[in-house]
Design a protein around this ligand. Structure first.
Ligand code: CTP
Length: 131
C-alpha cells in the first residue's frame, strides 16, 4: 500500500515524527508532501522558520519516509494523490472531515494528534522565553 500525507513540518518535533511513523504502519511506501514557504504563508499567515529546502531535507532523512515533494497548493491534493498513485491519505485529526471528498480516489484516514506539542507553541515559548 502507498501512503501519502501532507504538512509543513516546521521546527520538526515529536508530534511530526509520531504521525509519520504511524502513517507508515498503514502501508509499505510513505510519500510526504511538504508545504512550500508560500503555501505556508497563505495557510498560516507567516513564513516557516525553516526554509522549504531544509524541511524537505529533514523529512527525506527519516527512516519511515520513502519519497518527498513540495506541496505548492492545497487545491491540488487530488492531483498529487493520483500522480503518486497513493492508496491511502493520512492526515492529523486537526483536519478531521476536511478531506472526506477524496475518498472516491483513495482511503482517507485521520490519526489523532500528539497532545501538547505544536510548532506554533514552540515558537511562542522560544519568543517569550518561558522555559
Ligand atoms: N501533528 C500531530 N501532532 C502534533 C502536531 C502535528 O500529529 N502535536 C501532525 C499534524 O496533524 C499534521 C502533521 O503533523 O498531520 C504536520 O503538522 P504541522 O501543521 O506541520 O505541525 P503543527 O505543529 O501542527 O504546526 P502549527 O503549530 O504551525 O500548526
Amino acid at each position: 500500500m502507498r501512503i501519502i500525507t501532507f504538512g509543513t513540518f516546521d521546527v520538526f518535533h515529536a508530534g511530526h515524527v509520531n504521525i509519520l511513523e504511524r502513517a507508515k504502519l498503514h502501508g509499505s511506501h510513505l510519500i510526504v508532501g511538504v508545504s512550500s514557504d508560500e503555501l505556508n504563508m497563505s495557510k498560516k499567515q507567516r513564513y516557516p522558520i525553516y526554509s522549504q529546502e531544509d524541511r524537505l531535507h529533514i523529512i527525506r532523512s527519516l527512516r519511515c519516509v520513502d519519497e518527498v515533494f513540495i506541496e505548492e497548493s492545497l487545491e491540488l491534493k487530488a492531483e498529487y494523490i493520483k500522480y503518486y498513485n497513493a492508496d491511502i491519505l493520512v492526515m492529523g485529526d486537526d483536519w478531521a472531515g476536511k478531506f472526506d471528498h477524496l475518498s472516491n480516489i483513495c482511503q482517507v484516514i485521520y490519526l489523532p494528534r500528539t497532545p501538547s506539542v505544536s510548532t506554533t507553541e514552540i515558537i511562542e515559548i522560544v519568543k517569550t522565553k518561558r522555559y
